[in-house]
Structures are given as structure tokens and as C-alpha cells.
Design a protein around this ligand. Structure first.
Ligand SMILES: [Ca+2]
Ligand SMILES: [Ca+2]
Length: 190
């Protein structure tokens, strides 16, 4: 009978819907609430205009899949990605800042309840820094190589923006690997 069918169908539908809601909504809400855990997160740069590339990097358990969520002030997910940590538990993922109004976004990286949250400030007044252009004159040449060598040797204390430009491979360290990459960029080898 019609009513019999209805009562049979509804519990299933409700169960499926509940599970769906639990997966979609409850998991991120719990994740945001808990900032403690083994996952670490660093944003480079922490202030960027929409359209700029930002690298999220850090550590987690080795060889696990992590999700990267970017939430606006209303907790809407404006960006979602998944990535895997390496055998040493290091991870690095680069994303493009979504076209949102200026203000703070929350970047959440991790899995399950083990997540790290960092604030990404969207500021369209901030110029997009070119990787490798460490002295900020819009070209990558020997001057940038020299400055990067000095940063790597600790002779120059870089501003966060200069550090971002000098850390060409986005591993949160300025060292000989970045110098080699900047030499290659300057020589048009890459
Ligand atoms: Ca330059
Ligand atoms: Ca580097």
C-alpha cells in the first residue's frame, strides 16, 4: 500500500541523509574546533592578494592523505584539495588564493581531528611577488642570486616577502637549492 511504502522508504532516506550531513558538515566543524594535534602548518606568504600562489607546508604522520580546506569568515569552504605527505611526514601544497573580498581566511590542513589551522590574510593591495625576484625590481638576475646567497648565509635578514621570493622551491628554507634555481631562472634555463 502507499502508506506502507512510505514508512519503509523514509527511515532509509533519513539514514542516508544523516550520514551525508555528518560527512559534509560535522567533520569540518569538529576539525576547526580542535587546533591541537600532530599536524603542523606554515603558510608562505601569510598575506597575499587573490590570485596569488600560497604554499601550505608542514609535517604530519608519514604517507597519509591530508585535506586542505580554505574557509571564509562565514565558514564556507572556498577551496578544497587533497594531498599526501611523504615518507618522512613532510608535505607541501601550493594553491591559488580564491577570488574573495579582502579579509581573513582560515586554512585548515590535516585529517580527521588531527588538523592545523592558520589564518591567511587576503589583501589585494599586496603585490604578487615573483618567485626569484628577491630585490623586487621585476626581473630575476644576478642581483637576486647575490641577495639569496646572503640570505642563505644569514648575512641578510629578509622581510617575509623577500623570503617568499627567495624560497623558490617553497620548502620554507632559503638555501643552496634556491640559489641554483634562481641562477637557472636568471639564465632562462627554466
Ligand atoms: Ca630582481
Ligand atoms: Ca627553499
Amino acid at each position: 500500500m502507499f502508506t506502507g511504502k512510505k514508512t519503509k522508504l523514509w527511515p532509509k532516506t533519513i539514514l542516508v541523509l544523516t550520514l551525508f550531513m555528518a560527512l559534509i558538515f560535522i567533520t569540518p566543524a569538529q576539525a576547526i574546533g580542535e587546533n591541537a594535534g600532530g599536524v603542523s602548518l606554515t603558510l608562505s606568504p601569510p598575506i597575499a592578494p587573490a590570485g596569488a600562489s600560497v604554499t601550505a607546508s608542514g609535517t604530519s604522520a608519514p604517507g597519509v592523505w591530508l585535506s586542505l580546506k580554505v574557509l571564509d569568515s562565514l565558514q564556507n569552504i572556498v577551496l578544497f584539495d587533497a594531498f599526501k605527505s611523504d615518507d618522512h611526514g613532510n608535505y607541501s601544497i601550493t594553491f591559488v588564493v580564491p577570488a574573495v573580498a579582502n579579509g581573513n581566511l582560515s586554512v585548515v590542513a590535516g585529517y580527521g581531528n588531527d588538523v592545523a589551522v592558520k589564518t591567511l590574510t587576503v589583501d589585494s593591495q599586496t603585490p604578487v611577488r615573483l618567485k626569484g625576484d628577491v630585490n623586487y625590481d621585476s626581473i630575476v638576475n644576478v642581483l637576486d642570486v647575490v641577495k639569496t646567497v646572503n640570505i642563505a648565509l644569514g648575512k641578510v635578514q629578509p622581510s617575509p616577502d623577500d623570503f617568499y621570493a627567495a624560497d623558490v622551491n617553497s620548502d620554507s628554507v632559503v638555501n643552496v637549492l634556491d640559489v641554483v634555481k634562481i641562477v637557472n631562472i636568471a639564465l632562462n634555463l627554466q
